[in-house]
Ligand binder design. Structure first.
Ligand code: AP5
Length: 190
C-alpha cells in the first residue's frame, strides 16, 4: 500500500491537490476537516462535539480525531492506499497512526508538505471565507488561531517525519497544475 500524508498549513492547498492525486494514484482521500464538516452539517454527536473547536480555529481533541480516523480507515478495507489530508496534526496523532497502521502491517510511505508563507495563505482563506460559508474562514482572528495551533502542535511533525526520512517538501505557490506536478514528482520517486 502507498500511504501518503499531505501536509501543510491551513490554506496550503491540501484539499485542492488531493482531488487530483487521489485519482492519479488510486488512493482513498481522508480529509479529517471534511469529515468533521460533514458531521457538523448533519448535526451528529461527533459534529456537535467538534463544532466549537473548529469554529474557533482550535484543534479537535486527539482521542476524538484518532478514533474517527481509524474508523474511516476500517471502513475502506479494500483500499490500495490512503491520502491523509489534515491528519496527523499532533505528535500524538502521528504516533497513534503509526501504531494503528502497524496492526495492519502497513506504514506511512511519505509525508509531502506544501510550503507557503502565512500572509499569502491568510489572504487565500479570507477570500475563500467570502463564499465558502466555512465558519473558521470568516474572520482573521479565527484564521490566525489556526496558524497558532499549527505552529504549536502541528509543525513539530516535520521533525518527527524527518527523523524517519519520510519528509518531502514542495513549493506550494504556483498554478494548481504546477503544484500537482511537483507533488507527483515526489510520489513517483518514492
Ligand atoms: P481542515 O479542513 O483540514 O482545514 P485546514 O488545514 O485549515 O486547511 P484548509 O482546508 O483551510 O486548507 P487546505 O490546505 O486544504 O487548502 P485548500 O485546498 O482548501 O481542518 C479544519 C478544522 O478541522 C481544523 O482547524 C480543526 O479544528 C479540525 N481538524 C481537522 N483535522 C484535525 C485533526 N487532525 N486534529 C484535530 N482537529 C482537526 O485551499 C485553500 C484555498 O486556496 C482555496 O480557496 C483554494 O481554492 C485556494 N488555492 C488552492 N491552491 C491554490 C493555488 N495554487 N493558488 C492559489 N489559490 C489556491
Amino acid at each position: 500500500m502507498t500511504n501518503i500524508v499531505l501536509f501543510g498549513k491551513p490554506g496550503a492547498g491540501k484539499g485542492t491537490q488531493a482531488e487530483f492525486l487521489k485519482g492519479k494514484y488510486n488512493l482513498t482521500h481522508l480529509s479529517t476537516g471534511d469529515i468533521f464538516r460533514f458531521n457538523i452539517k448533519n448535526e451528529t454527536e461527533l459534529g456537535k462535539l467538534a463544532q466549537t473547536y473548529i469554529n474557533n480555529g482550535g484543534l479537535v481533541p486527539d482521542e476524538v480525531t484518532i478514533k474517527m480516523l481509524q474508523s474511516e480507515v476500517e471502513a475502506n478495507p479494500d483500499s490500495a492506499g490512503f491520502l491523509f489530508d489534515g491528519f496527523p496534526r499532533t505528535i500524538a496523532q502521528a504516533e497513534a497512526l503509526d501504531a494503528f497502521l502497524a496492526t495492519k502491517n502497513e506504514k506511512i510511505t511519505a509525508t509531502v508538505a506544501l510550503e507557503a508563507d502565512d500572509e499569502i495563505l491568510v489572504a487565500r482563506l479570507l477570500e475563500r471565507g467570502k463564499t465558502s460559508g466555512r465558519a473558521d474562514d470568516q474572520d482573521e482572528e479565527k484564521i490566525r488561531n489556526r496558524y497558532q495551533e499549527y505552529n504549536e502542535k502541528t509543525a513539530p511533525l516535520i521533525g518527527f517525519y524527518k527523523e524517519q526520512n519520510k519528509f518531502y517538501a514542495v513549493n506550494g505557490i504556483g498554478t494548481i497544475a504546477e503544484i500537482t506536478e511537483r507533488l507527483s514528482n515526489v510520489i513517483d520517486n518514492l
